[in-house]
Design a protein around this ligand. Structure first.
Ligand code: SAM
Length: 328
């Protein structure tokens, strides 16, 4: 393992901007999800939760589904070299598997991990470097929601005749689709490949499917992870209570999401920079939400921003889907 890793940091994650985003979260009583992956403690808590509960780690069929999607994608990429850009790379395990299968299919690969969290970018870089030395190129810390010039920043680096494959795994649930999808679509160039995965609501009844997966969120590991944000600001576990519920989006698509809120049981205040934020008893701050989709919803959401699903691989449990997407 190298003793030094060079990581570029986009201005969307410079301290002043991050402080503004944090103040905005507290003012609006809605935590921007990026603050759940900020500190090494949060990163470790999320990785622990992911190992214990994510179907990608616990369901062998889910692992096989990703593998099948990756192998079949490798067959569709005719270039001999592939630059993989992992948007919201997290710990990098899915991206590593993709890189390995591309390599096994005879391609040369390079990998640019990109995430809002420095710790995640470092974890992913180290993981990939251990198996595929010299493969990581230009790791990037950035906020995908606010960086306006990412197409330019990510648009350099691949050799002539090389293909570009962008991954966006497990990201869509935690963003408002109307905000993030146009930004994602702007990053995908004609001829690029996008591998996109989403947590799905299983079964023919969408509402019942969302109910079924609620325990994957409403549990001690998820509470511990989400509480890290409040504890890091100086709040106490006993200041309130975290509650999970299902909400319906009033928008045209009729999406449903699982939301976690923290209801204060006593008045508390916190000072960040020069601003003090006061929370009254019974007031709630939204900590987290996760949209659940169906394959049809994924297709229609992507279609609205000019992206087409070329192939899809759905787990037998119907709880997760991988989609190969291209422009047009
Ligand atoms: C649910 S995890 C998915 C990780 C990985 N892609 C996977 O499937 O295992 C979400 C990831 O998105 C990152 N993230 C959250 N908000 C982000 C933002 N605004 N810009 C970039 N990355 C973000 C987090 O740091 C975290 O690594």
């Amino acid at each position: 393992m190298s003793a030094v890793t060079t990581v570029s940091v986009h201005s969307s994650q410079y301290p002043e901007q991050v402080a503004r985003d944090l103040a905005e979260s507290l003012r609006r009583r809605q935590v921007n999800h990026k603050f759940h992956y900020d500190s090494p403690r949060q990163t470790l808590a999320w990785l622990k939760l992911h190992e214990a509960l994510s179907p990608a780690r616990t369901d062998p069929d889910c692992v096989e589904t990703y593998d099948r999607g990756f192998s079949e994608t490798a067959l569709r990429v005719h270039a001999s070299g592939v630059r993989v850009i992992g948007l919201g790379c997290g710990g990098g395990k899915k991206d590593l598997r993709l890189l390995q299968l591309l390599r096994e299919s005879g391609k040369t690969v390079t990998y640019t991990p990109a995430d809002v969290s420095v710790a995640m970018v470092l974890v992913a870089t180290q993981l990939v470097e251990e198996s595929l030395p010299e493969c990581v190129d230009s790791p990037l810390v950035c906020d995908l929601a606010t960086a306006e010039d990412l197409a330019g920043v990510l648009g350099v680096g691949e050799g002539p005749g090389s293909a570009r494959l962008i991954t966006f795994f497990g990201m869509i649930p935690n963003f408002e689709p109307g905000m993030i999808l146009p930004k994602l679509a702007a990053l995908v160039r004609p001829g690029d490949f996008l591998l996109f995965s989403a947590n799905l609501a299983p079964g023919p009844d969408y509402a019942a499917g969302v109910e079924k997966v609620l325990p994957l969120y409403d549990n001690a590991l998820t509470r511990d992870w989400l509480m890290e944000f409040l504890l890091g600001l100086g709040f106490d576990r006993n200041d309130g209570i975290a509650r999970f519920r299902i909400e319906s989006d009033p928008g045209a698509l009729g999406l449903k999401r699982i939301t976690a809120g923290f209801e204060f049981l006593r008045p508390r205040e916190v000072t960040v920079g020069r601003e003090t934020f006061a929370f009254a008893a019974r007031e709630e701050i939204q900590l987290f939400f996760s949209y659940r989709h169906t394959p049809e919803l994924v297709r229609s959401m992507l279609g609205q921003v000019g992206l087409s699903v070329r192939e899809q691989w759905i787990t037998r449990s119907e709880e997760e889907g991988v989609f190969l997407v291209q422009k047009g």
